[in-house]
Ligand binder design. Structure first.
Ligand SMILES: [Ca+2]
Ligand SMILES: [Ca+2]
Ligand SMILES: [Ca+2]
Length: 406
């Protein structure tokens, strides 16, 4: 898996590598100096770069039903969108999609004390694709990605099924206002650098769109072309390059036909990728190729790219009428292999990729916190459903993990 050199639309220098900032050069020089010093100090060892310690993975929030988008407020509060249990209730009061604010009121470092879980919306739509679309997969949709505007407005993408698709504008007082987009499910949303527009990937329609916040105008930027084996691109997550304004999009990849057997397979390992789009010209370039089920992407101010891959393979497709809520059901993967997700860092200086975390259970979303840590939403699927775990049978648990020290 490689990160491609930058495209001409985004400031390639003659060597084809990303331009390196003065600050980064200083830091790099510092590292080099450190390495050289280490070499001088112990002449018997050949070690030119210090090996970074593996990052720590901490449990940040648990007991969630399909956590997706995570955003951080200015006073330490955290907003989390949960897609819900997937149980498609007729009674709206029984719908389980949620938007919640978590506040550490007593400053003890957790959100589990009284009054620290503050629901904003508790009964948003949720459904499972298994029953609707006969995919063979335990896939829950509902409230998905989330944004917090500097003026306090929240924007929440909801995929509650065919006629319940929304990009809601929520006032700082917590009231739902305009629905800005209803065409196709939006698994990823991101602000443009000026906070005057939102970019969204329409995953089923394979589109990238732009919504202008002032008047709600919707512009289609491009349709993603088919991937290497003729399968749909399925854009799943996106991020905006803070320096160029380009949009990075994780293309998950749809089902393909196995050329040898004629069998339909959920995805081809290695066909997924991250692409770079210039939103003005719609120019499309490969940024990182050779991925498998890339589901989300982030970029920090330094230009490092973080990619989340959902799984490495597939197993145990489920029949349409499988009882996802049976606590005694056999532990089955249910479409995609569990505990095969991972997070990889593609350094801004073009250095080799670094695996930051692996063995994650079906991660869906990454967010960079104000503390610089990475927050990964994991446990996609029907909450509590028995699944094979790394050490024997376990159950699906919606959690947000915190990655530090990378
Ligand atoms: Ca607390
Ligand atoms: Ca506590
Ligand atoms: Ca995201």
């Amino acid at each position: 898996m490689t990160r491609k050199p930058n495209s001409p639309c985004c400031g390639t220098n003659p060597t084809g590598r990303r331009p390196v900032s003065a600050g980064r050069l200083a830091r790099f020089a510092g590292l080099l100096l450190l390495a050289l010093t280490a070499c001088t100090a112990s002449p018997g060892r050949v070690r030119l770069t210090p090996t970074p310690a593996p990052p720590r993975v901490e449990l940040f929030l648990s007991g969630l039903d399909n956590p997706r988008g995570v955003v951080f407020g200015p006073h330490g509060e955290v907003f989390v969108a949960e897609a819900g249990t997937g149980y498609d209730a007729v009674d709206p009061a029984k719908m389980t999609g949620r938007l919640t604010r978590f506040v550490d009121l007593n400053h003890d470092g957790d959100f589990s004390d009284e009054g620290e879980t503050q629901p904003l919306f508790r009964h948003l739509p949720t459904y499972n694709a298994l029953q609707f679309f006969v995919t063979g997969r335990d896939e829950v949709s509902g409230p998905g990605d989330l944004l917090l505007h500097p003026d306090g407005r929240l924007f929440l993408a909801v995929d509650g099924g065919l006629d319940r698709i929304a990009l809601y504008e929520i006032s700082p007082q917590g009231r739902i206002g305009r629905n800005l987009a209803t065409r196709s499910n939006m698994n990823g949303i991101a602000f443009g650098p000026d906070f005057q527009r939102i970019y969204a990937v329409e995953s089923t329609a394979n589109d990238l769109i732009e919504i202008t916040l002032s008047d709600g105008a919707l512009r289609e930027i491009l349709d993603f072309p088919l991937l290497a084996h003729g399968q749909q691109a399925v854009p799943a997550g996106l991020a905006v390059d803070p320096h160029t304004g380009d949009i990075l999009v994780a293309l998950f990849s749809g089902a393909a036909v196995d050329p040898d057997t004629g069998e339909v397979i959920p995805f081809v390992p290695g066909d997924s990728k991250v692409v770079r789009v210039n939103p003005q010209t719609a120019e499309l370039r490969d940024e990182i190729t050779g991925l498998t089920t890339a589901v989300d992407v982030e970029m920090d101010q330094a230009g490092n790219i973080f990619v989340v891959e959902y799984t490495s393979g597939y197993a145990d497709p489920l029949p349409r009428l499988f009882d996802l809520f049976d606590p005694h059901a056999p532990p089955l993967h249910g479409g995609y292999l569990r505990f095969q997700g991972r997070v990889t860092l593609y350094p801004a200086d073009g250095g080799p990729p670094r695996l930051l975390a692996q063995g994650l259970d079906c991660p869906t979303n990454i967010a960079i916190g104000p503390d610089g840590a990475l927050y990964i939403s994991v446990g996609q699927g029907t909450p509590g459903r028995p699944i094979p775990g790394p050490h024997g049978p376990t159950r699906i648990q919606g959690q947000i993990l915190r990655l530090v020290g990378w």
